[in-house]
Design a protein around this ligand. Structure first.
Ligand code: ATP
Length: 264
C-alpha cells in the first residue's frame, strides 16, 4: 500500500507496512503483529519520541555491551524486519554476536530471518537450525534452544522485544539482560537489568550511535556507567511521564494539544 507522505500517521503506517511485508516473507510471526500493536499503544502514551530516561537507559545499555566479554544480540522476526541494518551496525561496534532466537520457532522462519540479516551485511548469524544445539533448562518455551557459541555463554544479552519468561531465566543465569520494550509494566521491562522504554525503530540506531561514541572510553568508566544505572528508578520515570501526560490530557480535554506538546 502506498502511504501518502503528508498523512499525519505516515511513519507509523509505514512501519506497519514493513511488518506486513515481512509477515508475508515468513520473517514475522502472526503473534509479532499483535505484539507490535501493544507497543504502539504505549508509544502513544509516551509521546512517540525517545524520552530523556530512555536515552539514559540507552547509554547504560551501550556501556554494558562494550564491557561484556561475550555480548550477544538476540533477534526475532519483528527486530529483523524493522532494524536489521542497525543490528548489524551495533554488532560491528560492540563485537556482539547475532543470534536468532524465536518463540514461534521453525527452521524456515530462522532461515528467512538469517537472509534479512545477511542482506543487511551480517557475516555470521548464530542459532539457525541444528546450530541451536544447547538447551537452557530454565526456559519452558522453544526459546530454550540456543547456540553454544552465543546466548549460552553470553554475559550480556540484548533482547529487543522479549517475553518475560526468557528475561527472567537469563537474569537467573547471571546474565545482564538489556531489553527494548515500550511497555514499562511488562514482565520483561520489570525483570531486565537495563530496560530501554522506546520504540525499537528509534532506539536501535541511537544505541548503535551512542555505542560508537563510547567505544574509546576507558573500560572502568564504562563499567561505572553500567553499574550506576538504576532500572527501577528509570522505569518509574517512564511511568511518571505517562501519568503526567494523562493528567494534562484530562485537564485540557484534547489529545491533539497533547500531541503538539510532545513535539515541542
Ligand atoms: P511480558 O511477557 O514481558 O509481560 P508481553 O506478554 O507483552 O510481555 P509479548 O507479547 O512478547 O510480551 O510482547 C512484546 C513486547 O514488545 C510488548 O510489551 C510490546 O510493548 C513490545 N513492543 C512491540 N513492538 C515494539 C516496538 N516496535 N518497540 C519497542 N517495544 C515493542
Amino acid at each position: 500500500m502506498k502511504i501518502p507522505k503528508d498523512h499525519p500517521r505516515a511513519e507509523s503506517l509505514s512501519v506497519r507496512e514493513k511488518l506486513l511485508e515481512h509477515y508475508k516473507m515468513g520473517v514475522v510471526a502472526h503473534a509479532g503483529l499483535i505484539a507490535h500493536g501493544r507497543g504502539e499503544a504505549f508509544d502513544y502514551l509516551l509521546g512517540e519520541k525517545t524520552t530523556k530516561s530512555a536515552l539514559e537507559a540507552i547509554k547504560a545499555a551501550a556501556a554494558a555491551l562494550l564491557t561484556a566479554k561475550h555480548p550477544v544480540i538476540s533477534v526475532n522476526g519483528n527486530a529483523a524486519a524493522l532494524v536489521a541494518d542497525d543490528i548489524v551496525k551495533l554488532s560491528g561496534v560492540t563485537g556482539a554476536r547475532i543470534e536468532v532466537n524465536l518463540f514461534h520457532r521453525s527452521v524456515e522462519r530462522e532461515k528467512a530471518i538469517e537472509r534479512v540479516l545477511k542482506d543487511a551485511g551480517a557475516t555470521k548469524v548464530l542459532g539457525i537450525g541444528e546450530n541451536a544445539s544447547a538447551r537452557i533448562q530454565e526456559i519452558g518455551s522453544e526459546r530454550r534452544r540456543v547456540d553454544p557459541n552465543g546466548i549460552l555463554i553470553a554475559d550480556a544479552v540484548l533482547v529487543p522485544l522479549e517475553d518475560g519468561d526468557r528475561t527472567e531465566a537469563l537474569v537467573r543465569m547471571g546474565k545482564k539482560v538489556i531489553a527494548i520494550d515500550l511497555n514499562p509494566l511488562s514482565r520483561t521491562a520489570q525483570l531486565a537489568t537495563v530496560t530501554i522504554v522506546d520504540d525499537i525503530v528509534r532506539a536501535m540506531p541511537t544505541l548503535a550511535k551512542i555505542a560508537e561514541g563510547l567505544k574509546t572510553e576507558d573500560q572502568e568508566k564504562l563499567k561505572d556507567i553500567a553499574s550506576e544505572f538504576d532500572n527501577k528508578r528509570n522505569l518509574g520515570d517512564a511511568i511518571d511521564l505517562i501519568k503526567q501526560r494523562l493528567t494534562e490530557l484530562a485537564e485540557k480535554g484534547t489529545y491533539i494539544s497533547l500531541l503538539e506538546m510532545s513535539r515541542i
